[in-house]
Design a protein around this ligand. Structure first.
Ligand code: GTP
Ligand code: MG
Length: 245
């Protein structure tokens, strides 16, 4: 069958949650389009499909605004990983993860993986202000700088430390009834990122992709097809009135 007639079906689902304005949509733009673009506050949710090697990973962006809160648990249904996102310059955004967002993950898979992500690191951390260059991305040796430019001064006060985020990770595991020692360590699952410069964004998504690989393989071995065949005609569902449902 020609490849063009097949539509990709996601192998696994990852959901990104967090308060409004923390940069969820910007993180997804940075990862999927390699850009920091203007955003408007998300309405409802949006879906990105990322082809990662032979696998198709769906990443769900959600709205942080309170008025869309009810949708969150629906988006989390069947998720293999959840990214709990806060803004490093905003303490309340970390508190909201526990107060408002954690309970939404009750519908996720029982073996769901959690990452805690502090975005906007460029505002507080000189290191994260520097855009990641292509050669750094490929781990090539960097030219020796004889007269280094002084690091830029952080512009904002960092309200949330990495230790705060790691403590939250521990509480997330306890909320899930999981034994901390049997789970992925907090050092590995807590990230500080910048959607603006790209700092640690690839590391976040690619770490998660590797960690959900067992879920993908399990799902595939259970016989679920990786593609939907569009050439086989499907009977449209009909309502009692004879209309297509
Ligand atoms: N400096 C800086 N600004 C950022 C970063 N990420 C996002 N922003 C800015 O923060 C604002 C909100 O970003 P969004 O990506 O729309 O935030 P969101 O979490 O998707 O918000 P909702 O859709 O309302 O839930 C925008 O003005 C972005 O330009 C970042 O890493 N650094
Ligand atoms: Mg958004």
């Amino acid at each position: 069958m020609p490849q063009a007639s097949r539509t990709k079906k996601p192998d696994v689902k990852i959901v990104i949650l967090g308060d409004m304005n923390v940069g969820k949509t910007s993180l997804l733009h940075r990862y999927t389009e390699r850009k920091f673009k203007d955003t408007i506050s998300t309405v409802g949710g949006a879906f990105f499909l990322k082809q990662w090697g032979p696998y198709n990973i769906s990443i769900w962006d959600t709205a942080g605004r309170e008025q869309f809160h009810g949708l969150g648990s629906m988006y989390c249904r069947g998720a293999a990983a959840v990214i709990l996102t806060y803004d490093v310059t905003n303490w309340q955004s970390l508190a909201e993860l526990e107060n408002r967002f954690l309970s939404l993950t009750d519908t996720a898979n029982t073996d769901c993986i959690f990452a805690i992500v502090g975005n906007k690191a460029d505002l507080t951390d000189a290191l994260a202000q520097e855009p990641v260059t292509e050669s750094e991305r490929r781990d090539e040796p960097q030219p020796v700088v004889t007269c280094p430019t002084p690091p830029a001064t952080p512009l904002h006060y960092k309200q949330v430390s990495r230790e705060d985020a790691m403590a939250l990770y521990g509480r997330v595991l306890r909320y899930k009834g999981l034994e901390e020692k049997a789970c992925l360590p907090a050092e590995r699952m807590c990230f500080e990122t910048s959607a603006k410069t790209g700092y640690s964004v690839d590391a976040l998504f690619e770490t998660l992709f590797e960690l959900v690989l067992p879920s993908i393989l399990k799902k595939r071995s259970e016989g679920e097809s990786a593609t939907v065949d569009l050439e086989t005609p499907m009977e449209p569902k009909r309502t009692k009135a004879g209309c297509c449902a």
